[in-house]
Write a protein that binds this ligand. Structure first.
Ligand SMILES: Cc1cc2nc3c(=O)[nH]c(=O)nc-3n(C[C@H](O)[C@H](O)[C@H](O)COP(=O)(O)O)c2cc1C
Length: 321
C-alpha cells in the first residue's frame, strides 16, 4: 500500500470530519493513494466487528471506498492485547491494514490512557506496535501515527525508533507536540530528523494546506510520502495538485477559480446516509466551511455561521456565487 520507493498522498483521519461520506467524496475527487479512518477507541474490551463496521462502513466492501480507495482502520488505546485482538477482528472484517493512533490530544482520551499520552513512553509504543504487528497477517501493513512528543519535540527521536523497532510498516508524523495543539507553525525539520533516525518510510503531516506549503514541507522533511488533512477538505484540488507534483497519476484539475461550495455540499449530502441528529447535516457543513475558512478557500463564514437550516445556508452561498 505504501511503497518506500513510490510517493504517496494519504487522506488524514479527522474525527467527525473525514467520515465515510466525506472519504467517499474526497476519494472520488482523486489524488489520494489511500486513506486512514477516524480513530476507533479500544477501552475495556476488544472491539467487536459490528462496531468497527459502523465506524468504517468500507469494511463491507473489502476496505475500500465506492471508487476503490483503500481505507486503513485506526485504533486508539493503551492496552497491547486488546488492541491486538481488535486489529485481528478488523482485518478479518476486511481492513487492508491497521494504523495506531499515538497523537490524539483530547483530554478525555489522554486521561484514559490513549492517544498522545503514550508519547511519554517509547517502551509502551514499542510494546503496542509489536503486539498488533504479531496479530495482523504479515502481508497487511501496521503503521503508527505520532506527534513529535507530549511537550518536548525531541521525544520523536525516541518514539519513532521505538515504533519502527516494534515492526511498524511506516510512521506518520504530525509535526507538532501535544502541547502545541494545532498552532502553527508545524515543525517540519524535526520530522526530517526523525526520518533519518529510522529505516521505515515516514509520512510527513501537518499544515500542508497549499502547494507552496507542500513544497516547503518536502524540502524540510526530505519525505516522499505526505498526509493531508484540513487542507484536503478545504481545497478539492489539493490532493491532485500534490499528486501531480509527486509524479503520480491524478484526474484532471478543476478550472482555476473559487471553489463551487454549493455544488460540493450537495454532492456530500447526496452520499450522507441518515444522520443520528436532525441538525447533523447543518453542523457538519458548517464545520467543513469553518475548516475551509481557516485554510483560506472560503471567505464568507461570517455570513453563514448563524444559518439555522441547510436551505438558508445554501441560499446564502448561492446568492454570493
Ligand atoms: C477535527 C480533527 C479531527 C482529527 N481526528 C483525528 C483522528 O481521529 N485520528 C488521528 O490520528 N488524527 C486526527 N486528527 C489529526 C489529523 O489527522 C492531522 O494529523 C492534523 O489535522 C494535522 O494535519 P493537517 O494540518 O493536514 O490537518 C484530527 C484533526 C482534526 C482537525
Amino acid at each position: 500500500m505504501l511503497d518506500p520507493h513510490v510517493p504517496a498522498v494519504v487522506l488524514a483521519p479527522m474525527e467527525g470530519v473525514t467520515d465515510a461520506p466525506m472519504r467517499h467524496l474526497l476519494a472520488a475527487e482523486g489524488g489520494f493513494t489511500f486513506a486512514v479512518a477516524e480513530f476507533a477507541r479500544v477501552t475495556h474490551t476488544p472491539l467487536p466487528a459490528h462496531v468497527l463496521r459502523r465506524l468504517v462502513p468500507e469494511l463491507d466492501h473489502a476496505g475500500r471506498t465506492p471508487t476503490g480507495l483503500p481505507v486503513l482502520v485506526q485504533l486508539l488505546g493503551g492496552n497491547p492485547e486488546r488492541l491486538a485482538e481488535s486489529a485481528a477482528t478488523a482485518v478479518r472484517a476486511g481492513a487492508p491494514g491497521i494504523d495506531l493512533n499515538f497523537g490524539c490530544p483530547a483530554r478525555t482520551v489522554n486521561r484514559h490512557d490513549g492517544g498522545a499520552v503514550l508519547l511519554k513512553s517509547p517502551a509502551r509504543i514499542h510494546a503496542i506496535v509489536r503486539a498488533v504487528r504479531a496479530a495482523v497477517p504479515p502481508h497487511l501493513p501496521v503503521s503508527a501515527k505520532l506527534r513529535l512528543g507530549w511537550d518536548d519535540p525531541r521525544a520523536i527521536l525516541d518514539t519513532a525508533p521505538a515504533a519502527a523497532d516494534g515492526g511498524a510498516s511506516w510512521l506518520t508524523i504530525h509535526a507538532r507536540t501535544r502541547a502545541q495543539g494545532y498552532a502553527p507553525p508545524a515543525d517540519w525539520p524535526r520530522v526530517g530528523q526523525a526520518r533519518e533516525a529510522v529505516r521505515v518510510p515516514v509520512v510527513a503531516n501537518g499544515d500542508i494546506h497549499t502547494l507552496d506549503a507542500f513544497r516547503r514541507c518536502r524540502e524540510l522533511t526530505g519525505c516522499r510520502h505526505f498526509m493531508l488533512g484540513r487542507g484536503a477538505v478545504a481545497d478539492p484540488a489539493l490532493a491532485r495538485v500534490v499528486a501531480v507534483e509527486l509524479g503520480l497519476p491524478a484526474p484532471p484539475l478543476p478550472p482555476p477559480g473559487p471553489v463551487d461550495w454549493p455544488a460540493r455540499i450537495k454532492r456530500l449530502l447526496a452520499v450522507v446516509p441518515q444522520l443520528a441528529r436532525p441538525d447533523g447535516e447543518l453542523r457538519r457543513v458548517k464545520q467543513w466551511l469553518r475548516m475551509a475558512a481557516g485554510c483560506g478557500t472560503f471567505d464568507r463564514f461570517d455570513a453563514i455561521k448563524r444559518a439555522t437550516d441547510l436551505g438558508e445556508l445554501l441560499g446564502e452561498l448561492e446568492r454570493a456565487n
